[in-house]
Design a protein. Structure first.
Length: 430
């Protein structure tokens, strides 16, 4: 009986022991697995922390570098009609006190009233959007920089330029001007060609189809801006029906830039009858009823009606003898020429910069601008020609011949024109 009972008990004990062993074994496996998973997770987390730390080590210097290295952005502002430098600064949100400081600094070196529509002002901002510099052109070759740090500093720098000579030749199909544009000639040079030959040609009647125009001219390129600045014509030729008119640039012994044919004869007549473009005669030379006083009075010149600001040209080569206000003439210029001639220009709105008493001027050079100063009923130029202190009618003037080169001056010219012509042909056919 005991034997019978003993076997089941033994079997139960063995089974229980096996069960407990198996359970504990798997439990140990589970704990080991969990511990491994926890360890693995910690390792992954540690790796991520290390990676993040390394990333931080890499990116931090770059961020600092970007902060330390200031980057500027440039905004270009075009001057529009009605704009002033003050209005531009106000639009840039400068305070009134700051505007006054900036303007006061600039006007020590430049008259801001000379800023014209179409000109460009550059504004530079840093990374924080603060304006740190303003730049404007004093002229085509000079830039004014206004540095707006703790103190306002002005820096004026001359731009560098390269000088070139260009030669072109073309045949007219429509007009000298339009065909010139099609052949790559700048408008500034085409205007100078028309002015140069205006003593010899009527461009509405004389120019025909198949007229050949040949030209050599000087220009500068401003390196920093790429702007082109057109200067003098060196050589110009127009061939109409086989007949050639040609002129060469030459600086005379008395310092004038002028143009002569191969014989040394000047292209220009000594005095212009009309010293401005596109004007109509509003009052002739002679006795007339004065429009203001109402009395009959000798009108000693010719009046040309033209809009205010129309450029006025010097009637001939000469020296400015008088410039300034002159009673009823208003703003007035008088030029002394050779051979006893003088020309006078009255009622001007303003004088061209650089024109002053004693200055030499070339025929066709701008000396001032049409106005209505003095005793005037409207904008016009009053133009007088005076010969040996007597007023003569500009429209009936028999124009004396221009300068003719002689002696050593003629020899010098002949040497120079041969070089100019050879260079012109070389550039045309190289």
């Amino acid at each position: 009986m005991f034997t019978i009972i003993r076997y089941p008990i033994l079997i139960t004990l063995i089974s229980s022991g096996y069960y407990l062993f198996i359970s504990e074994y798997f439990n140990m496996l589970d704990k080991s697995f969990l511990e491994k998973e926890i360890l693995k997770k910690k390792i992954i987390e540690n790796k991520e922390e290390i990676i993040q730390e390394k990333k931080a080590d890499i990116t931090t210097p770059i961020i600092n570098k970007n902060i330390d290295k200031t980057q500027y952005t440039e905004k270009k502002i075009e001057i529009l009609q009605g704009d002033t430098f003050v209005s531009i600064l106000k639009n840039l949100n400068f305070k009134q006190e700051k505007i006054y400081e900036i303007i006061s600094k600039i006007e020590n070196s430049y008259d801001l009233k000379k800023i014209k529509p179409g000109e460009i002002i550059s504004v530079f901002k840093n990374n924080f959007g603060e304006i740190i510099k303003i730049e404007l052109f004093k002229n085509s070759e000079t830039i004014i920089s206004v540095n707006l740090d703790k103190e306002i500093n002005l820096n004026i720098r001359e731009l560098t330029k390269d000088s070139f000579i260009e030669s072109k030749e073309y045949t007219i199909a429509e007009s000298l001007f339009s065909d010139g544009i099609k052949n790559g000639l700048p408008p500034d040079i085409l205007i100078k060609i028309i002015s140069l030959f205006s003593f010899d040609l009527d461009f509405q009647r004389d120019i025909k189809v198949d007229t050949v125009v040949s030209i050599s001219y000087e220009f500068d390129e401003i390196i920093e801006t790429g702007r082109l600045q057109y200067n003098d014509i060196k050589y110009a030729s127009i061939i109409i029906d086989g007949k050639q008119l040609e002129y060469f640039k030459f600086i005379t012994d008395d310092g004038y830039v002028d143009y002569f044919n191969r014989e040394g004869k000047n292209v220009k007549k000594s005095i212009l009858k009309t010293p401005l473009d596109g004007a109509r005669i509003s009052s002739n030379f002679g006795m007339r009823k004065h429009p203001i006083s109402g009395f009959n009075k000798m009108h000693k010149g010719v009046d040309f009606a033209a809009p205010i600001g129309t450029p006025i040209y010097a009637g001939g080569n000469g020296i400015v003898e008088y410039i300034g206000r002159n009673g009823g003439y208003g703003k007035y210029i008088r030029i002394r020429h050779n051979n006893g001639y003088k020309t006078a220009y009255a009622h001007l709105s303003n004088y061209k910069k650089g024109i002053s008493k004693g200055v030499r001027v070339n025929q066709g050079e701008v000396i001032g601008y049409v106005g209505s100063t003095g005793n005037s009923t409207g904008p016009h130029l009053h133009y007088e020609i005076i010969y040996q202190n007597k007023h003569i009618n500009p429209l009936k003037l028999k124009l004396p011949s221009g300068k003719v080169l002689e002696g050593k001056e003629l020899e010098k010219f002949k040497e120079e024109y041969k070089i100019i012509y050879a260079d012109h042909l070389s550039m045309l056919y190289e």
